[in-house]
Ligand binder design. Structure first.
Ligand code: FES
Length: 504
């Protein structure tokens, strides 16, 4: 369980939608982007309803590392090349605006969410890469951030170089969002949990249909479901999904490096800490990035990450890891989030997605942008993030082609490939496998007690074959990252329908 889920237990369930209703704006998705959008709109006097398939602040947002930063690895050098100096400046301004907005909301609502202001770092240990980080520091500084190149980071191991940006933040995302949700309701907003939206009719007004029948009629709709559940803008071709593992363990307070850190080395490693009782901090380390469904031996990946944490931070008492979880991110092929109209012809439906690993600042940036749009204004960076922006061959071609090749390999290959014939008898307790039963691909999991759970192995989104993740006991789709429980329930979209049961 994530530390955030563990330490901000779920409040009473908010009631599912049980009858047809109306609102000025309907927000689909109760993560940080959806909740803050709804809150900003309610604060501006709009009637809003939030529709969440599960529990609010419990999906991707409940499993983030919760760094709130405008320093996004090495994006400023890239933005200078692809969007020019003005694009880089607008990106920096919009992301720093989001960092300040989080701090402002926490202060306005007097939320105790462990918000801490501190520097953010992108670092390398390979001396050959130090020059590139020196250039990135210059690009970030030109973009308007308080950035500098340094070799002193506070980390308990040497680095060859780092970009340091002051005035960034970290917080407890669920403590923040659950308080914000209470304030949203106090302002007249409505939140319905356990309400999966499966239908969207665009028009004036728009109409949303819940899986169990009731409808919501709204002038405007915001789709903030991480990966969009309604993809009418071809976003699936521009979004790659990845999963990252997280381990956490207490360290002595004096070992706190006092910053948030990221390196792309070793398959990415991210470090931050959080308050953790007397004389201690909780060290949170993230890494081992992989495409869902292709992670191979995920338990071994967890061990590799835990070993890295123990070796770099020897103060972990007994080397004991107290929390393990996984985060999921969507990466746009040109690295800039997609925020705006759902598709070029959309007049009242909006989308917010593609925050990469930076969903806290990105989600709040999107909320600010969409709330401004829906209340008659526009922010200076609306065009930068325009979700219907024309593709640029220069800035997107390599990532786009790579993503299409990987997805196409699964989408087409999974239709041609026949899983090995087999039966549940071949699946050992505690493991899962895709086998062909009666000519059809079947996802078979045998629990530790020996009970077999069998469902279709065809993802209900676009039909790729799912694969088993032994560390999380889930089925994952490599094409767009949908995740399913072993009984077929949807844990994460874009799929909205469960994997149907099969006779093993
Ligand atoms: Fe798209 Fe599975 S998530 S096919």
């Amino acid at each position: 369980m994530s530390y955030w889920m563990d330490t901000a237990p779920a409040p009473a369930r908010r009631p599912p939608l049980t009858e047809d209703t109306e609102a000025d704006v309907a927000v689909v998705g109760g993560g940080i982007a959806g909740l803050v959008t709804a809150w900003e709109l309610a604060r501006a006097g709009r009637g809003v309803v939030v529709l969440e398939a599960g529990r609010i602040a419990a999906g991707v947002t409940g499993h983030t590392t919760a760094k709130v930063s405008a320093l996004h690895t090495r994006i400023y050098g890239r933005l200078l090349r692809t969007r020019g100096p003005e694009g880089a400046r607008l990106y920096a301004r919009s992301q720093q605006d989001a960092v300040e907005r989080v701090a402002g909301i926490a202060a306005e609502l007097a939320v105790d969410c462990d918000l801490e202001r501190l520097p953010a770092y992108t670092y390398v240990t390979d001396p050959a890469e130090a020059g590139a980080l020196r250039a990135e520091a210059e690009a970030a500084r030109e973009a308007g951030l308080p950035a500098a190149f340094t070799t002193g980071t506070g980390l308990p191991f040497p680095v060859a170089g780092a970009v340091r940006v002051e005035h960034q933040a970290q917080f407890h995302p669920r403590a923040f969002l659950l308080a914000l949700a209470d304030d949203l309701v106090a302002r007249g907003g409505r939140i319905h949990e356990d309400t999966r939206i499966t239908g969207l009719t665009e028009g004036e007004p728009c109409r949303l249909t819940a899986e169990h029948g009731p409808t919501v009629t709204a002038r405007d709709v915001v789709v903030a479901t991480h990966y969009p559940v309604f993809d009418r803008g071809g976003h699936f071709a521009r979004l790659a999904v990845h999963r990252e593992l997280v381990v956490a363990a207490p360290i002595p307070a004096e070992a706190d490096p006092h910053g948030v850190y990221l390196t792309e080395e070793e398959g990415t490693r991210s470090v931050r800490t959080a308050p953790y009782g007397d004389g201690q901090r909780l060290l949170i380390v993230t890494g081992e990035k992989f495409t869902p469904g292709t992670g191979g031996d995920v338990p071994a990946r967890f061990e590799r990450l835990a070993d890295w944490a123990r070796s770099r931070f020897p103060g972990i008492p007994g080397g004991v890891i107290t929390h393990r979880w996984a985060a999921q991110d969507t990466d746009p092929t040109d690295t800039v989030p997609l925020v705006g109209r759902l598709h070029p012809g959309a007049r009242h439906v909006y989308v917010a997605t593609g925050f990469g690993g930076w969903g806290m600042s990105g989600g709040v940036m999107a909320a600010r942008l969409l709330a401004a749009r829906l209340t008659g204004g526009d922010l200076p960076w609306a065009e930068l993030y325009d979700s219907t922006r024309l593709w640029s061959a220069v800035r997107e071609a390599p990532a786009f082609l790579g993503h299409q090749a990987r997805t196409g390999k699964h989408w087409l290959g999974d239709r041609l490939r026949t899983p090995r014939a087999g039966s549940a008898d071949t699946v050992a307790p505690g493991t899962g496998a895709v086998v062909r039963v009666g000519g059809r691909p079947c996802a078979v999991y045998r629990d530790e007690e020996g009970t077999v759970h069998a469902v279709s192995a065809r993802c209900t989104h676009l039909g790729c074959l799912v694969a088993f993740n032994a560390a999380e006991t889930t089925w994952e789709c490599p094409c767009h990252g949908s995740r399913f429980a072993v009984d077929g329930r949807v844990l994460q979209g874009p799929a909205t329908r469960p994997l149907p049961p099969r006779e093993p």
